[in-house]
Each structure stands twice: as structure tokens, then as C-alpha cells.
Write a protein that binds this ligand. Structure first.
Ligand code: UGA
Length: 492
């Protein structure tokens, strides 16, 4: 049916998923039109300005723009020019926890009126099970001739920050199809990855070590594909909440959660990935998708209360971190705290549902002043945080200067490589509270800093622990820190 040659693809919605998918479809040889109704965004893209921080994306857009990749604000033109139309618009949470599908519906009605030949409409946005059915109905209601289109589901599994590599080197590609035409079309679209031919090209983006040389395509029906997406994200969120709960037990009994993770994760049935404890998951996907999947389950008459617990533990994790900060510095009113990290995770400028933002808001509510730094997310964070309580520094060291403590809230690689003795010299009191376990505790203590992390004992410099009896949960640490600060000042 589709033998040889490039496919003509429209990608409707130029957010994270849409833009990455459009650039990657062009990269694997197809002719792509990326559409968005935000004229400003399209104008930026036309000028070669990429609106999101995503590794490899600028180079791919530069490589293919005006050749295999075009931008447009007009859905109808893109639909007429394409045989495959991917819908990648947002599905934000509604008040009730369900995914709000109004953008998908609006796009579908515009697609319907532009259909002029046989098309496959493919949902790529994260949507609840049965959305394909609603999509089909909406297309029919809006005048699409019944024999002119098929609908399919092709969920994405891209992580922000590594989205391009996730697309080009996927663990699996899921194609949810209910007819042979869509099946053949999706197999053809992904053939450069499933045959491995893309990876042989001399300009192919280099993949992560150890990745397979041919991508695996899993063909399912549309409903199964929709469920795979929600179930995958819910499972990963559960893995994070699970390990966070284990971290809390580790702390309570004096075990070390890093050792526990290494032991548990080395069982191949569990695996070591997504077992990093911290301040809870955030971002535009997990919080929304776990809520939406729970709502779907309830609507189907299934009591999926496990997901309620996953969400509860996630919330609790932020509260526990705040308690850790209080136990490190005692009261918060008037305290000046350095915060490293604003993005919901390292490698992205995205601050949507970022635990860092939530924690900063809670700290400022209690009267703390925040000096924040993030390598790329400060511009976006400024839109969310009140300027009266948060100021922004130009690097981690400026942020730390004269602060009562330093908090690490995002797992940026550069935060794991700080000059700790320098940080110690800049802080008013030598205290680090790390919500991402970036350091080996003894290393921080050896640099003269009291180090609080997640699921591990507080690490205290020898000079302090021998001078003062330090109880991990008591504000005595502060007294100890003052003592060491005095020593440092006297020595200087
Ligand atoms: C997630 C999934 O990983 C992707 O497969 C999926 O395609 C995407 O959602 C989506 O549905 O669009 P993403 O939200 O970009 O990707 O970020 P993750 O890397 O999954 O991290 C999510 C959150 O979990 C972050 O706040 C991160 O800090 C936290 N996390 C992750 C942990 O606390 N511990 C871990 O071990 C891993």
C-alpha cells in the first residue's frame, strides 16, 4: 500500500510533544507541517527560534526547516497536504481531575471540514481510553465523509529533556489501530526506526549507549494503546512514590535508601531506573495523568485506590521536605534561603507542577526569603513566583552568598558538581538540604557542611559532631553550624 518514498505528515499542536515529533518525523525522512494556532510561536519558529529547552531540537529544526519541515497556523492547509494527521494538542486537567479534551475536539472539528481524500487521524496527546471513539464521532458530526478517514492511537513516551533521543531510540513504539490501512500507514511512518535504516545514516543523531539497533513496534487495538499510555505513566509514578515511602522508612530506622535502591533495583524484575527518591514527581504529565487515570478507573466502576495512595505519598513528600528545612534552620520567618533548581526536573526549563515551585511558595508563606537559581528555568519561574519574596541569582555561588542554608530542588547535573568548600565559605551557616540526593553524604560533611538528604542519615562534619551533640531532627544543628562558622571566621 505505502511502498517507498516519504510520507506527508501534519502535526497539529507545536508544544513539547508536537514540536519534537514534527522535527523527528522530518529527521527520519518525512515531509512534515507543524501547525499551531499561536501565531507568535509559529513566527518565532519561522525565524529559527526554538521556544523550549530540549537537547538536539534546535539542530534538527535547523537541519530540516524549509526543506522537510514547515510551520503553519492553518490546519486546513496542513490536512489537505498530508496523508497522516497527528493530534498533539494539550489535554490539561479539568477541575474534576479528568483530562480536558476540548482542544482535541476543536482540532478534530477543523480537521473534519478540511478532509479531501483518505486520511488517518492519529491521537498522540495523552488521552483517556475511548478517546479514539469520540474522535471518530466528532469527525463524522463535523462533516467528514465516513469512508474518508480512519482514527488511530500512537501514544508518545517522550521525557522532557531527552525527548529527541526518546523518539529516535524508543524502548517501543505503540501503534493502536483498528483497521489495516492505519496499521500499514503507521508501520511505514516508523519504518526508518523499525528497520534500523535511520541509524545507519551518517548524520543520524547518536543514540544512548547500549540502545537497540532496531526499534520495536507493538501493534495493538486503539483502546489498548490508549490504556498503555496511562498505565505506563501511572506505573512510573507509583514506582517513585513507592521508593519515596521506602526512603521515609529508611530515615526512620537509620538505613540508607541509596543502598536499599541498589539492592532492590538489581532484581531485573524491578530494575534500577525511576527508583530515585526525592521531593516527589512533578511536571505536566505524571500529576495530571495519575489523576486522569484514577478518574477513568472510577468511571469504569473500578476502585483503583492504589493511585490515591500514589498521589498522597507524592504530596506528603513535599511536606516532609519542608519539615526537614525547618529542622535544619528552625523557624523560617526572616531566614534567607538559597534555592538551586526551579524546573520540575533536570534538563528542562519546564516549571509546570514543579515541586520546587510548590516548596518555594510554602517557604515564602512562612516568611522565608528565597534567592533562587536555575540554569534555564528562571524566565519561566518568574511568571509564577512573587517578585517580592524571590530574587534570582546568576549562578549557584551568588545564590548561596550570606544565606542561612542552601536547598537543592532539581536534579541538574551541574548542581552535583558544585565547589563545596566554596559554598561553605559563602553560606552564613554551613547547611545543605538536598531534595534530590545529589551527593554522597560524607563528601559534603568532609567539606564542612551539615548535609540533609532524603532517606539517609544527616551527615555532620567531624568538627561539629565532636564539639556538639547533634540530633538530626533538632535545631541544635543550627547551634553547631554557628560554632563551625565562628571557627571558619576566626581561622580566616
Ligand atoms: C514522563 C514519562 O517519563 C514519559 O515516558 C512520558 O512520555 C511523559 O511523562 C509524558 O507523558 O509526556 P516527564 O514528565 O518528561 O516524562 O519526566 P520524567 O523524567 O518521567 O520525570 C517526572 C518527574 O518524576 C520529575 O519531577 C522527576 O524529578 C521525578 N522523578 C523521576 C523522581 O522523583 N524520581 C525518579 O527516579 C524519576
Amino acid at each position: 500500500m505505502f511502498i517507498g518514498g516519504k510520507m506527508r505528515i501534519a502535526v497539529i499542536g507545536s508544544g513539547y510533544v508536537g514540536l519534537v515529533s514534527a522535527a523527528c518525523f522530518a529527521e527520519i525522512g518525512h515531509k512534515v507541517i507543524s501547525v499551531d494556532n499561536d501565531a507568535d510561536k509559529i513566527a518565532h519558529l519561522e525565524r529559527g527560534e526554538v521556544p523550549i529547552h530540549e537537547q538536539h531540537l534546535p539542530e534538527l529544526i535547523k537541519r530540516h526547516h524549509r526543506k522537510r519541515l514547515h510551520f503553519s497556523t492553518v490546519i486546513a492547509d496542513a490536512v489537505r497536504a498530508s496523508e497522516a494527521i497527528f493530534i498533539t494538542v494539550g489535554t490539561p486537567p479539568s477541575e474534576t481531575g479528568e483530562a480536558d479534551l476540548s482542544f482535541v475536539e476543536a482540532v478534530a472539528s477543523q480537521i473534519a471540514s478540511a478532509i479531501d481524500g483518505r486520511k488517518v487521524i492519529i491521537e498522540k496527546s495523552t488521552v483517556p481510553v475511548r478517546t479514539c471513539e469520540s474522535l471518530r464521532k466528532t469527525l463524522l458530526l463535523n462533516g467528514a465523509p465516513p469512508d474518508s478517514f480512519f482514527v488511530a492511537s500512537n501514544p508518545e513516551f517522550l521525557r522532557e529533556g531527552t525527548a529527541v533521543l526518546d523518539f529516535l531510540y524508543p524502548d517501543r513504539i505503540v501503534a493502536g489501530v483498528d483497521d489495516a490501512f492505519s496499521s500499514s500507514l503507521l508501520q511505514k511512518i516508523y519504518a526508518p526506526l523499525t528497520s534500523g535504516s535511520y541509524y545507519c545514516g551518517k548524520n543520524a543523531v547518536a543514540g544512548p549507549d547500549g540502545c537497540a539497533l532496531k526499534a520495536r513496534l507493538i501493534l495493538t487495538n486503539a483502546k489498548s494503546a490508549e490504556l498503555i499510555k496511562h498505565a505506563s505513566n501511572a506505573f512510573l509514578a507509583m514506582k517513585i512514590s513507592f521508593i519515596n515511602a521506602v526512603a521515609n522508612i529508611s530515615e526512620a530506622v537509620g538505613a540508607d535508601v541509596t543502598e536499599v535502591c541498589a539492592g532492590v533495583g538489581s532484581d531485573q524484575r524491578v530494575g534500577p531506573r525511576f527508583l530515585n527518591p526525592g521531593i516527589g514527581y512533578g511536571g505536566s504529565c505524571f500529576p495530571k495523568d495519575v489523576r486522569a487515570f484514577h478518574t477513568v478507573a472510577t468511571q469504569c466502576g473500578c476502585d483503583f485506590s492504589l493511585l490515591t495512595e500514589v498521589m498522597k505519598i507524592n504530596e506528603e513528600q513535599r511536606r516532609r521536605f519542608l519539615q526537614k528545612v525547618r529542622s535544619a534552620v528552625w523557624t523560617l520567618r526572616g531566614k534567607k534561603l538559597a534555592v538551586l533548581g526551579l524546573a520540575f526536573k533536570g534538563g528542562t526549563d519546564d516549571v509546570r507542577e514543579s515541586p520546587a515551585i510548590a516548596i518555594i511558595e510554602a517557604l515564602t508563606k512562612e516568611g522565608a526569603r528565597i534567592i533562587a537559581y536555575d540554569p534555564v528555568a528562571m524566565a519561566k519561574a518568574k511568571g509564577q513566583l512573587a517578585a517580592s519574596q524571590v530574587t534570582f541569582a546568576s549562578d549557584p555561588y551568588e545564590a548561596a552568598t550570606d544565606c542561612d542554608a542552601l536547598l537543592i530542588l532539581t536534579e541538574w547535573k551541574e548542581f552535583a558538581e558544585l565547589d563545596l568548600p566554596r559554598i561553605r565559605g559563602l553560606l552564613k551557616f554551613p547547611i545543605i538540604v538536598d531534595g534530590r540526593n545529589l551527593y554522597e553524604p560524607n563528601r559534603v560533611a568532609d567539606a564542612g557542611l551539615v548535609y540533609y538528604s532524603i532517606g539517609r542519615a544527616v551527615a555532620v562534619p567531624l568538627a561539629i559532631s565532636s564539639a556538639v551533640r547533634v540530633h538530626p531532627e533538632s535545631p541544635l544543628d543550627l547551634v553547631a553550624a554557628m560554632a563551625i562558622r565562628r571557627q571558619a571566621v576566626t581561622a580566616a
